[in-house]
Design a protein around this ligand. Structure first.
Ligand SMILES: O=C(CO)[C@H](O)[C@H](O)COP(=O)(O)O
Length: 210
């Protein structure tokens, strides 16, 4: 069964907690977005884990260096998963994985900016990461002609555990699921809507549909 992850790209802990409260019944993973962590610091991770101890808390650090140190910071603050960039060297990913093993936690590799997402996903899976995020970031999504279909096609052929992030919404969630993802990540389609709880419920139902 695929998991549903809410990506919280808001800027305050209060707003993040309020959104999490609304969508919590329908989601498995709470992602604290990179701008949120830069705005509020590690304290937002601790606050979220304290408020939702049964959810998987995902710290979107997008680490590019000092993998062990940064992963350690995230885990000590309460994160269950932390992201490292696919574009960084294997040594950084290995360092984060080592810290994860020591804490009983996990590393997710984010392919944002990676030229060959499929090849890199296969390479880094061998380093012991939990799964790889096939990701088109917010700036890439804003480019003319962007379509999430490219990520869906990659997920269908990659052959290793992946999530998709890059504009997941109610119109494409069935195709995202059909591609065999481990996790579907939804950000703007939840936090930018008037009724995040209803939107999360609809995504959950679509994901769980046979
Ligand atoms: O990590 C991110 C941007 O770097 C976003 O959280 C991710 O792209 C998911 O959000 P959305 O569904 O709005 O694309």
């Amino acid at each position: 069964m695929a998991k549903l992850q809410v990506a919280i790209d808001l800027l305050t802990t209060a707003d993040a907690l309020a959104l999490a409260e609304k969508v919590a019944p329908y989601i498995d993973i709470i992602e604290l977005g990179t701008p949120l962590i830069k705005s509020e610091g590690l304290a937002v991770i601790t606050a979220m884990k304290k408020a939702f101890p049964d959810k998987i808390v995902f710290a979107d650090f997008k680490t590019a260096d000092a993998g062990a140190l940064e992963a350690e910071m995230a885990f000590k603050a309460g994160a269950d998963l932390v992201t490292v960039l696919a574009t960084t060297g294997d040594a950084t990913i290995k360092g984060a994985v080592k810290a994860a093993k020591e804490h009983g936690k996990g590393v997710v590799v984010d392919t944002i900016g990676e030229a060959d997402r499929v090849k890199r996903a296969q390479e880094v899976t061998a380093l012991g990461v939990e799964f790889v995020e096939l990701h088109a970031g917010l700036d890439e999504q804003a480019q003319p002609g962007y379509s999430i279909q490219v990520l869906i096609d990659e997920a269908a052929r990659v052959g290793v555990p992946v999530s998709i992030a890059g504009g997941v919404n109610i119109n494409n969630i069935a195709a995202v699921k059909k591609a065999g993802v481990k996790v579907a990540v939804a950000g703007a389609s939840l936090y930018s809507t008037a009724d995040p709880a209803a939107a999360a419920k609809a995504l959950r139902e679509a994901l769980d549909a046979a």
